[in-house]
Design a binder for this molecule. Structure first.
Ligand SMILES: Cc1cc2nc3c(=O)[nH]c(=O)nc-3n(C[C@H](O)[C@H](O)[C@H](O)COP(=O)(O)O)c2cc1C
Length: 209
């Protein structure tokens, strides 16, 4: 039927179909052709309770490689990934420093909710896209973890503690490369909570011209 239409009309119909499909997907939860990536994106949700079960080496490598495969500005690949086991005593010091800076009492959970592993993403200081690149990499890893059935949590609350007066101490302890600084972290593990994905307002946040 489309064959008799001018290309511009075919484009319009194609665009409207795509728009309606995405809109339907977002408002009704209908999955676009059972697309695995879309399903993983839809199902990802922050996990704030973990069992002590460790990740397998394969799971950890899969998550790390997802971060390494993320695009970076000018393909600079300036993100460094530091894997820290949840029982590393420096994490307790970091938790304490975070609470000190925020004048917080001891919380029922540490900042990574006792996840068995925390991945710190640091990036070259002074590069225009470092923060953006770290954000893209961390989401790639979050989605990889989600697709493996692992809970995960993006963590930024330690930023000030890792950039404050103890920056050199923590940078050394976590072996953050010279000239790099912390950007964002991801906790990963087997989740024991079941939070539903956050809600959002498509019409408020999207403009289609
Ligand atoms: C840049 C960034 C920093 C975040 N930092 C923290 C954090 O320090 N602690 C925490 O519990 N959650 C943190 N989150 C998770 C958000 O609170 C969470 O993504 C948001 O509430 C939406 O929920 P959802 O992830 O389940 O969709 C962070 C998320 C982002 C993107």
């Amino acid at each position: 039927m489309c064959k008799n239409l001018k290309p511009v009309h075919r484009f319009e119909i194609g665009f409207k179909t795509l728009y309606n499909t995405i809109y339907l997907e977002r408002t009704s939860g209908i999955t676009v052709n059972n697309n695995q990536v879309i399903t993983t994106i839809k199902e990802r949700s922050s996990a704030r309770a973990y069992s002590p079960e460790q990740l397998t080496q394969e799971e950890l490598n899969t998550v790390l490689n997802a971060g390494l495969m993320a695009p970076t500005g000018m393909n600079k690949q300036e993100i460094h990934f530091t894997v820290v086991k949840g029982d590393n005593p420096v994490l307790s010091e970091l938790d304490e420093e975070k609470r000190r800076l925020r004048s917080q009492e001891k919380q029922p959970h540490n900042f990574y909710y006792e996840a068995p592993v925390l991945i710190l993403l640091s990036a070259e200081e002074g590069f225009r896209w470092s923060q953006v690149d770290a954000g893209i990499a961390v989401e790639n890893m979050a989605l990889a973890a989600q697709s493996l059935g692992l809970g995960n949590l993006v963590i930024g609350c330690i930023y000030d503690a890792l950039h404050g007066e103890k920056k050199d101490y923590f940078s050394k302890a976590f072996q953050i490369p010279e000239g790099y600084s912390f950007q964002i972290a991801l906790a990963v593990g087997h989740k024991t909570d079941h939070k539903t994905p956050h809600e959002y307002d498509f019409d408020k946040q999207v403009t289609i011209l």
